[in-house]
Structure formats: C-alpha cells, structure tokens
Design a protein. Structure first.
Length: 162
C-alpha cells in the first residue's frame, strides 16, 4: 500500500526521481508547471511537441499517453502526461480524470520499476480545473496498485522580505 505524501517542493529543484506533470495534446507548454519545467529542462519540449504534432496530423487520440524524457545522464526523468486536449485560464474544466488515471499509473509503474521517487503536483487541479478531492482518489489508487509513495509537491511559500 502506497501513501500520498504532501511536501513543500518546487518540481524544478528535484535532483533525482520521476517528475510527472500534466500537459495538453496540442503540443503547447505555455502556462503554470509545464512552462516552469520547460524553462528549467528545455529538452523535455521537442519530443513532446513532435509527438503531439504527429498524432494530431494522424487524428489520433493521445489522451492518457506519456512522453518520457531522461534529463541528461542523471537519474532524473520528466514525464509529460497528456491529461487534457485543450487549455485555458478561464476556470473551465480541461483535464480528463481518466487520462490522469492512466498517466499516474504509468508514472507509478515507471518509478517503481526504477526504484526512484515519484513527484507530482496536484495534477489537473490548477489550470486543468479539476478538484483535488476527486483526483487524489485516482492518485491514491495508483500508489496502492504499484506499492509506491507519491510525493505531492506544493509550491513552497516564499519568505516575506524584511
């Protein structure tokens, strides 16, 4: 049985493990956590964008798929989980709970196989528009199924300036 462990941690500061984040299927990383990860690890963008472009040309539904990228020669992997078809900042629900279930299970299996920690934010709950109370059940089920603890990273609070 796995646990969800909430921590204050910036995903871009992780040095070792698997980082899972949600992406759209349009090949755009222009907001939130995706943009932060793209800025820190620019090598995650080209394979993701190419995968989305080819799939879209072929008319394939790629929701729930994962584009895995190893960061240099480190024991660090960023998994671009395709959790929503579109994107926006208008408060609508864009993330698909079934796609989230698939990508979280994929990531949990991947991290369990490599015997390294799995980190993610409250996937689908920011710009994706879902509620963590619903998504956390899917994430907990994946942790249980794969016998792995999943670290849920909350953005660290910044210290006030004196």
């Amino acid at each position: 049985m796995g646990k969800l462990i909430e921590i204050e941690q910036d995903l871009t500061k992780i040095q070792q493990g698997v980082i899972l984040h949600g992406c759209n299927t349009k090949g755009v990383m222009g907001f939130g956590q995706s943009l932060a990860l793209r800025s820190t690890f620019p090598m995650i963008f080209p394979p993701y964008r190419s995968y989305c472009q080819i799939a879209n040309k072929m008319g394939r539904n790629i929701l729930g798929r994962v584009v895995e990228v190893q960061i240099e020669d480190k024991d660090l992997y960023v998994l671009n989980g395709l959790t929503q078809k579109d994107y926006g900042v208008d408060g609508k629900v864009y993330a698909d709970i079934n796609a989230i279930e698939r990508v979280v299970n994929h990531a949990a299996d991947f991290a369990s196989f490599l015997k390294i920690p799995l980190y993610m934010t409250k996937i689908g709950c920011g710009f994706g528009g879902l509620k963590w109370e619903d998504v956390s059940k899917v994430v907990q089920a994946a942790a249980d199924k794969h016998g792995i603890d999943i670290h849920i990273c909350n953005k660290p609070k910044t210290e006030p300036l004196d």
